[in-house]
Design a protein around this ligand. Structure first.
Ligand SMILES: *[C@@H]1O[C@H](CO)[C@@H](O)[C@H](O)[C@H]1NC(C)=O
Ligand SMILES: *[C@@H]1O[C@H](CO)[C@@H](O)[C@H](O)[C@H]1NC(C)=O
Ligand SMILES: *[C@@H]1O[C@H](CO)[C@@H](O)[C@H](O)[C@H]1NC(C)=O
Ligand SMILES: *[C@@H]1O[C@H](CO)[C@@H](O)[C@H](O)[C@H]1NC(C)=O
Ligand SMILES: *[C@@H]1O[C@H](CO)[C@@H](O)[C@H](O)[C@H]1NC(C)=O
Ligand SMILES: *[C@@H]1O[C@H](CO)[C@@H](O)[C@H](O)[C@H]1NC(C)=O
Length: 500
């Protein structure tokens, strides 16, 4: 093995660190040294800071975990979502702030089920300590797994605060421009309500980091929904933000807006918020892509999240790659790539983490059957995991160049100094690469490959004395070259060292 490596890398690049657990030496690496597919990672070129990757468990999906009577399976599900060594290590959890008067079906119940008699009357909150199963999962995410992006988002205000007196079918918040109601102006009452939600979570030990007051505000859904233009959102922020300040929560909790159904509408809404002079109040700009995705970065200072993504229509598939279908793992590895590299996205949130078998679609990552207490994990989950595990909150995206045809590369420097270099292959055969990291001297390298037949298997990668990494990106895979933090690398696991 050592002899081979020595031959492989040539005398000029010794000594060589050989990664423990390496696969058998590969002749194609040798070829690559000759063909010179050199990718350059440049630490001096920096882009956006990452908030992370995540999921929602809104609309009672959290209860599939919270109600799970088999506690071993419950822990397995929590680990799958949040564990950074065995699961996806998700770092964003998007919760729904309920507006329903009941908990039937997938309704998220509100803690303000009754109209107190008008917007100035003392609110009558009834916090049930469950929040549709979301509080338990949030406590686990926050306390056990250290998730810090806990996002509370309301699909609608309670019905009595709205023009249509109903949480469903659109309608607007009474009191925003163009929405007057005989019952009065409910903006302050809604702001108080949202801040009360943050306090209920705080009392339960969970800091809500992001607070949203809309979902798909250009769409009147038959379920919880509330219309809002950008100007109306800004109108409400003028009340919400001071209310948050008065409650002394703005150092921990910021506003996320506006969860548009598509990117185009989110751009208009963001621009309206900027025109109103409120850009500085945004902690995150949030958009879905159901009616259209980004074609470049949004012009805004706040981090932008694609906060709800999924394949809504496809029949449930657990496949990594079969024909490039909308629900396949490799498709999602690429979707994240486009978002992060081409469109400056800082947070990437799949729609549902878990859902029951019916409808049997790809809107979830994990299918949980609460009749049989069984679950099934789609490779979409692992596609997101392969990003989320190595690209941690606070990571700064750094420049890469020189990717050979068939490969898309991205690189990130984590807060702890570790560097993750991701390569996604659309090539039908393996591609060998050399990676040069400009601005850092790698002390060790680990490589992981996931494709149709490998599940994040550790594979061979070598590090030459001059810091050049050599490895192979297998066909239609997501392959990560991970350079551990300098501190961790200072005491590396035993490695075979070839000396000249
Ligand atoms: C969870 O349990 C509650 C009762 O505590 C029940 O109303 C609800 O239907 C259950 N939901 C799921 C998804 O198991
Ligand atoms: C993650 O999983 C590993 C392996 O099962 C376990 O040792 C560790 O405690 C888990 N992490 C957390 C935060 O629960
Ligand atoms: C505001 O909150 C911060 C911590 O979040 C705390 O240190 C400070 O004492 C609080 N101030 C008031 C006036 O409550
Ligand atoms: C990318 O987003 C960050 C905020 O996360 C922002 O500061 C930066 O200006 C954006 N870059 C581009 C090119 O829009
Ligand atoms: C399973 O989930 C469904 C949907 O929420 C719920 O109606 C049902 O009560 C749950 N069954 C069990 C056994 O928890
Ligand atoms: C990457 O994806 C594979 C499935 O293709 C999965 O088995 C593996 O655990 C994932 N790796 C990480 C670090 O999440």
């Amino acid at each position: 093995m050592l002899r081979f490596t020595e031959a492989l890398l040539g005398a000029a690049s010794l000594p060589v660190l050989l990664v423990p657990g390496s696969a058998a030496p590969r002749a194609d690496l040798l070829e690559q040294r000759q063909s010179g597919n050199t990718i350059t990672v440049d630490l001096s070129k920096t882009f956006q800071t990452m908030d992370g990757f995540g999921i929602s468990l809104a609309f009672q999906r959290a209860n599939l975990i919270t109600n799970m009577s088999d506690k071993k399976k419950q822990r397995e599900l929590l680990d799958l979502l949040f564990n950074t060594t065995t699961g996806a290590g998700f770092s964003i959890l998007r919760n729904g702030i309920g507006s329903s008067p009941d908990s039937s079906g997938d309704h998220m119940n509100t803690f303000a089920p009754r109209n107190p008699g008008g917007p100035k009357a003392a609110a009558q909150y009834q916090w049930d300590g469950k929040d549709s199963g979301q509080l338990f999962v949030s406590q686990e995410a926050y306390n056990t797994y250290g998730v810090r992006n806990i996002y509370g988002d309301a699909w609608s205000a309670p019905g009595f605060m709205k023009t249509n007196n109903n949480e469903n079918n659109g309608g607007s918040l009474c009191g925003v421009t163009g929405a007057t109601c005989s019952s009065g102006d409910w903006k302050q009452a809604y702001a108080d309500y949202l801040v009360a939600y943050v306090k209920f979570y705080a009392e339960a030990g969970v800091t809500v980091s992001h607070l949203g007051f809309l979902n798909e505000p250009e769409f009147s859904a038959s379920y919880a929904s509330m219309r809002s233009s950008g100007a109306q959102a800004a109108d409400f922020m003028k009340v919400l933000y001071p209310t948050m300040q008065a409650a002394n929560i703005t150092d921990k909790t910021g506003i996320a807006c506006c969860e548009s159904e598509g990117w185009g509408n989110q751009v208009s809404m963001t621009n309206a918020i900027k025109s109103a002079g409120l850009e500085g109040q945004l902690k995150a700009v949030t958009s879905h892509t159901y009616t259209g995705g980004p074609s470049g970065p949004m012009n805004v200072r706040a981090p932008v999240w694609l906060s709800e993504q999924c394949d809504l229509n496809g029949q449930w598939t657990t496949s990594w790659y079969s024909n490039g279908g909308a629900g396949e793992g490799l498709t999602w590895a690429n979707n994240v790539y486009s978002a992060v590299v081409n469109n400056n996205i800082s947070g990437y949130v799949y729609w549902e983490g878990v859902q029951w078998p019916n409808p049997n679609t790809n809107e979830k990552l994990i299918k949980v059957d609460n009749k049989t207490n069984t679950y099934e994990v789609a490779k979409r989950h692992w596609a997101l995991a392969n990003w989320s595990r190595y690209v941690r909150p606070g990571a700064v995206r750094i420049g890469t160049s020189g990717a050979p045809s068939g490969l898309r590369t991205a690189a990130f420097k984590n807060i702890d100094g570790s560097i993750a270099i991701m390569a996604i292959s659309s090539s039908a055969s393996a591609v060998s690469v050399s990676i040069k990291v400009s601005g850092a001297t790698p002390a060790a390298v680990e490589a992981y490959v996931s494709d149709n037949t490998h599940n994040c298997e550790k594979m061979m990668a070598t590090l030459a004395a001059d810091g050049t990494i050599s490895g192979s990106v297998s066909s239609r895979s997501i392959t990560t070259f991970f350079l551990p933090a300098p501190a961790a690398a200072a005491a590396p696991p035993p490695v075979a060292r070839a000396v000249g």
